[in-house]
Design a protein around this ligand. Sequence first.
Ligand code: NDP
Length: 254
Amino acid sequence: MSAPAIFDLSGRVAAVTGGNGGIGLGIARGFAEAGAAVAILARDENKNREALGELRALGVRALALKLDVTDRAALAPALAEVERALGPVDILVNNAGIARTVGVARGEIGDWDHVIETNLNAAFLLARLAARAMIPRRRGKIINIGSEYSLFGNPIAHSYSASKGALIQLTRSMAVELAPHNIQVNAIVPGWIESDMTAPMKSRPFYQEVLRRTPAGRLGTPAECAGAAIFLASAAADFVTGATLIVDGGYSIK
Ligand code: NDP
């Protein structure tokens, strides 16, 4: 059974940062299944190669680019390379993200800077570049990946929560600026999702706390983030902008 046409991404080009694993790869796969050509942009060439193989096996045009999103000079050339290989970017997903321990009592300022540069500054710079190219075409979708810590405080990861909270306000501000150009900017707030980022927490008591607090009683999967991304990337969301779509099994309502 094929998906309703309103969710069809055939003919669209998507770029997903950090698309070689975890939530990013879940979203990249979802886009490919919905018919989009997909570029993944991340640092690890082995993971890039493996993910690229998976995407091509789904029968779409795909590209994997080695990119460190904190390398500001490399951002414009990377988007230009996607355009050369696949066509102009219609959908940008700012998914690349890291977490570090940086609080008042603990952590290094260098880690603060690295998290803010990766999670927030790179998202803005890439969105700006992508949006400038979308404006003349009068269409585009930008999706920023937030976190539960876009909404809640965190006792030990202030740079992470500050970056993810700011991403929501960045989403809203860009949405206001770009709506007249028919470009929609939205955010997804995933709850606790199975990935390399969350794997280490399974051996800690905090994991049981997360399960208790999540009404669904489990972590989500990267594939379960894909539906929200397909919706926001598709014509079904042409009148949805500045929104924060929470995909968390109910964690944030309890
Ligand atoms: P992973 O650690 O599995 O994936 C992170 C991805 O980001 C990897 O593909 C990594 O690829 C890429 N990445 C990291 N730093 C850079 C960089 N400097 N340049 C380019 N790519 C980079 O984590 P998740 O899939 O869990 O996380 C994805 C996003 O979702 C993040 O923004 C995270 O904050 C957010 N999130 C995750 C949640 C979870 O429970 N898992 C919950 C809420 C939000 P490479 O190392 O090859 O560069």
